[in-house]
Ligand binder design. Structure first.
Ligand SMILES: [Zn+2]
Length: 413
């Protein structure tokens, strides 16, 4: 950053290191940018230190001392809060936040520079030019005439991301609205503050509704922050809730044998034998209460079992620490040329939530008018969701999307 004593300052008549081809005094010197030779190949660029940057460096040094108990040495990184991975997320945020025009965000992503009125006098001309070229490139690509029905990659990605982003944002709010009504109309308040006891299947379903809302809210936050892998983990949670709803709603015996004994533990009518087995005190009857997700999937039907074997297995990779996840997490994603996987997770989650609503719509304990309203809502969204599946299926595994389509079609009324 500054002359450390050994470096030699650039002289006026040498060609400018910025690469413009001009000599230094006719180029960056005019903007008070200084260069120092470190060795034959490397140079150090020195720009007048901003008061803000100075403050930031001081606070980073302070933090280092507080956490590691020593002063940072010459070889220590002092600023490491922002990794490359975060830079991508930061660009993504800028892109969707729209406070800066998208062509500028694109140029920032491509060049690492952000040129504005405040700093253009401090940047080498060649960097400003590089930035401007990137701005032009974005606009050229975005506005390119579509030939033979083939849009370019940027056009496809921009249109797709805008579409699935809007669909996710609008529909997730609607679904939460619908599920809230289901809880209200079931007339028993799941007051987490008041304590909640599952006494029958109706309570259990209410609990599942509440969990769905909670997961959708979590997902909204994760997607806004750009946490792809965590977003897919939440998709798996919602998928599991769906399996629970289908399996327990349709099999009252299952509920009696797997859930109620556990509730009885709380009430003192049952006692624990081991981790998974409980005993009914009055009869001495044993209940094995552990239930595998694979069994719930089997119970839910052929499509769900297929989904378990493909999608669910994929999604596990986002939860467990395995090499598959590593590959996905550190995959190079391009904020402008790739489809935003966070929103893909969003679309999958609204489809599974919609299927949960489908289950609720013929749940006997739901008021008749509410059942009708739920069916109306699903029907009104049906084509849109099928279309969204087509849009995101270009991503990777077509087979998965075809199975999901089949599950969704089970809820057409
Ligand atoms: Zn220059």
């Amino acid at each position: 950053m500054a002359n450390n004593g050994k470096s030699i300052p650039w002289t006026d008549d040498e060609s400018c290191p910025c690469g413009s081809g001009k000599i230094y005094k006719n180029c960056c010197k005019k903007k008070k940018i200084k260069y120092y030779k470190k060795n034959d190949k490397e140079y150090i660029k020195s720009i007048p230190m901003d008061k803000e940057i100075e403050k930031l460096l001081k606070s980073c040094e302070k933090k280092f001392i507080k956490v590691f108990g020593r002063k940072p040495s010459k070889n220590d990184f002092v600023i490491f809060e922002a990794l490359d991975y975060d830079f991508d997320k930061y660009t993504r945020k800028l892109k969707y936040d729209k406070s800066i025009p998208n062509d500028y965000v694109y140029a920032y992503d491509r060049t690492g520079l952000m040129v504005n009125d405040l700093n253009k006098d401090k940047l080498p001309d060649i960097e400003i030019e590089e930035f401007n070229l990137a701005v032009q490139e974005y606009n050229k690509l975005l506005n390119e005439q579509i030939k033979d029905n083939e849009a370019n990659m940027l056009q496809v990605a921009e249109a797709t991301n805008e579409y699935i982003k809007n669909l996710w944002e609008e529909t997730s709010e609607e679904i939460i609205y619908v599920l809230n009504r289901c809880i209200r109309e079931s007339q028993r308040v799941i007051g987490i503050t008041k304590g909640f006891n599952i006494k029958d299947i109706k309570d259990f379903i209410l609990y599942c509704i509440y969990k769905t809302i909670q997961n959708l809210r979590t997902l909204q936050t994760l997607i806004n922050e750009g946490y792809v892998e965590n977003s897919f983990a939440v998709v798996r949670f919602i998928y599991e809730i769906l399996l629970n709803v289908i399996a327990f709603k349709n099999d009252k015996e299952l509920f009696k044998n797997k859930i109620l004994p556990l509730v009885g533990l709380d009430e003192g009518t049952f006692e624990r034998k081991d981790n998974n087995t409980v005993i009914e005190k009055s009869t001495g009857k044993e209940y094995y209460c552990k239930i595998k997700i694979s069994n719930l999937a089997k119970q839910a039907g052929t499509e769900y079992e297929l989904l378990y074997n493909t999608l669910y297995y994929d999604l596990s990779g986002f939860i467990h620490v395995d090499t598959f996840t590593a590959k996905k997490i550190f995959a190079e994603m391009d904020n402008f040329l790739d489809i935003d996987e966070c929103y893909v997770a969003g679309i999958l989650s609204i489809i599974f939530s919609m299927e949960i609503i489908g289950e609720l719509s013929d749940f006997v304990d739901m008021p008749k008018q509410l059942q009708k309203d739920l069916q109306f809502y699903i029907n009104s969204k049906f084509e849109t969701l099928l279309n969204a599946l087509d849009v995101i299926q270009v991503l990777d595994n077509k087979e998965i999307y075809n199975i999901i389509k089949k599950t969704l079609q089970l809820y057409k009324f």
